[in-house]
Design a protein around this ligand. Structure first.
Ligand code: KMH
Ligand code: ZN
Length: 273
């Protein structure tokens, strides 16, 4: 069994949720920074970051990312990972823009797919454009794989030099339109990885808890948080992102996998400084 410290990524806001859907959703820069600090205090080392505009709508505006980043940095040390996925339908130029602020990491979604009743567009051209923005800014990519074919896309695009060979992998399982959050799917995906490749899984909805448990047992890392799952258990909303992080920490402790400190997470991921 792997005793590697567990990197917990907290997806604290997302782009899809509203206050009507989840009353504790952090929306303002101060609320998002507070949620980030609480998640880090609970054991998260990566903050997967989306931001909202003055109306609470998802935005890829650089000034908002800058404000939120400053507020988070003033409160705590963490690995900041910007979303380049944004919301469904966000034009590719806007998706790339925040990467100019040179966060520690940025996401790179690996294929076009149905996303509920919408289409999440990630053609090879889109992926290449975002990958270039990520590489030009010296940022580490976290590849978001939602479906099995996308892992083939990763191999093909790495071979062509279109996406960075050195990356962190995140399997996002349970999106309606992608692979479901089952252990057999997770095992199938993990077996396709190269030796030494770091990986995490984000299970959506009720898949968050079992995917967390399986990843911990398999030696992978995890993403939890409100972006992916608003429930603590059936019929009971989570009270905060930190509550979901705390649960992952407790389960991991039983497997003798302490939550990675930020420094340990940097080392495991091969992030400089
Ligand atoms: N909001 C989703 C359409 C990412 O952050 O990189 C895309 C997403 C992926 O959340
Ligand atoms: Zn996201």
């Amino acid at each position: 069994m792997s005793n590697t410290p567990l990197i917990i990524s907290a997806a604290i806001v997302g782009a899809e949720l509203t206050r009507e859907m989840y009353p504790h959703l952090p929306l303002t820069p101060d609320e998002i920074a507070e949620a980030a600090e609480d998640a880090v205090k609970a054991g998260a080392s990566i903050i997967h970051l989306h931001v909202r505009d003055e109306e609470g709508n998802p935005t890829q505006r650089v000034d908002v990312f800058e404000t939120v980043t400053e507020k988070i940095r003033n409160r705590c040390d963490c690995i900041l990972q910007y979303s380049t996925g944004g919301a469904v339908g966000t034009p590719v130029e806007l998706r790339c823009n925040p990467v100019s602020l040179k966060p520690d990491m940025a996401t790179l979604s690996m294929g076009t797919m149905n996303f509920g009743s919408e289409i999440y567009e990630n053609t090879e051209e889109t992926i290449t454009t975002i990958a270039k923005a990520i590489c030009d800014n010296g940022v580490m990519a976290e590849l978001e794989v939602f479906d099995f074919g996308q892992i083939e896309t990763v191999s093909r695009m790495v071979k062509k030099g279109l996406i960075p060979a050195k990356h962190h992998m995140d399997f996002v399982l349970g999106v309606p339109g992608g692979m479901s959050a089952t252990i057999s799917n997770l095992v199938m995906l993990v077996t396709r990885l190269k030796e030494g490749q770091t990986w995490a899984v984000a299970g959506l909805g009720r898949g968050q808890l079992p995917m967390t448990m399986h990843a911990i047992a398999m030696g992978g890392h995890v993403r939890v948080g409100i972006e992916d799952n608003i429930y603590y258990k059936k019929g009971e909303l989570a009270v905060s992102n930190a509550q979901l992080v705390e649960r992952a920490v407790r389960i991991a402790a039983e497997y003798e996998r302490p939550a990675a400190t930020v420094a340990q997470a940097r080392e495991i991921l091969g992030l400089a400084g």
